[in-house]
Design a protein around this ligand. Structure first.
Ligand code: IPD
Ligand code: CA
Ligand code: CA
Length: 265
């Protein structure tokens, strides 16, 4: 299976799987046997641990060994630019706050873009033993089984997910949206891992998901997985904030309309 650039995406996915297994094994071991070293970044509840940094290092080393000429974008180290058409986008732990608390809802997210188009992605939860993955045009999978988004077209009976950036980072624009949406649906969940939220839409556990101000590394792999599962992803701007919406095609218009009504409240 080759993409336009002659890369074999089956081989790429096999590589990704090995790298992610290695990183997951390290994370399990670290959480069990190691005293976590926690530091703050932009504000006092924006955390990074030594396990985030070491996980990222493992993934970068794996990529460099196999594809030394590729560029890499990671959450903790930024852009390692090799002026390449190939860009790996990595979040070593999506859900760091959960990870620090031992709440089993974090994931490793890794995707490969070729000339700006995501061709392959994997989101793996070491705690739930859930491995979500997709290659462009070939569908989405969870642990080897094909997954598809839900068919729910009615917002009223839908289960949605959202997320909130940590306190202190930004104004909580999403609180207004959350309080508007809560009376319109059957429930709203907040897992604390945007990558998993997108995969949970892909697997039809959630009917839809929205969140403000996400970064490429949060959503690159999850977006491909959701789209390959038949989902739709919409990214729009609300004032200063970017808004990401993901759901099945039947619900997109209604969900988008309902979310945007929140601004009028
Ligand atoms: C965070 C998670 C969370 C989302 C935040 C992200 P991190 O990523 O995806 O679900 O609500 O906006 O920053 O910091 O744990 O990698
Ligand atoms: Ca993240
Ligand atoms: Ca992270």
């Amino acid at each position: 299976m080759r993409n336009s650039e002659g890369l074999n995406l089956n081989d790429v996915m096999n590589e990704i799987e090995k790298w992610v297994e290695l990183t997951a094994a390290y994370q399990r071991e670290a959480l069990q046997h190691q005293q976590l070293q926690v530091q703050t970044k932009a504000y006092d509840t924006d955390f990074v641990t030594d396990v985030d940094l070491k996980s990222e290092e493992i993934l970068i080393k794996c990529i460099h060994e196999t594809y030394p000429e590729h560029s890499i974008l990671t959450e903790e180290r930024g852009m390692l630019d090799r002026q390449s058409d190939y860009l790996w986008v990595i979040d070593p732990i999506d859900g760091t706050t959960n990870f620090i608390h031992g709440f089993p809802m974090s994931s490793i997210s890794i995707a490969l873009q070729v000339k700006g188009v995501t061709q392959a992605g994997m989101v793996y939860s070491p705690w739930l033993a859930m491995k979500f993955y997709a290659t462009k045009g070939k569908g989405a999978y969870l642990n080897g089984k094909r997954i598809t988004v839900s068919q729910t077209s009615e917002l009223r009976i839908s289960l949605l997910a959202t997320g909130f950036p940590g306190a202190g980072s930004r104004e909580h624009i999403n609180l207004v949206y959350f309080s508007h949406m809560i009376s319109k649906v059957s429930g709203i969940r907040r897992t604390g891992s945007a990558a998993l939220d997108l995969c949970f839409v892909a697997a039809s556990y959630f009917d839809g998901y929205w969140e403000f101000d996400l970064n490429d590394w949060d959503i690159c792999a999850g977006a491909l997985i959701a789209e390959e599962a038949g989902g739709r992803l919409l990214q729009t701007q609300v004032g200063q904030h970017s808004l990401t919406i993901c759901c099945n095609g039947q619900m997109l218009e209604t969900l988008q309309r309902s979310l945007l009504e929140s601004q009028e409240i």
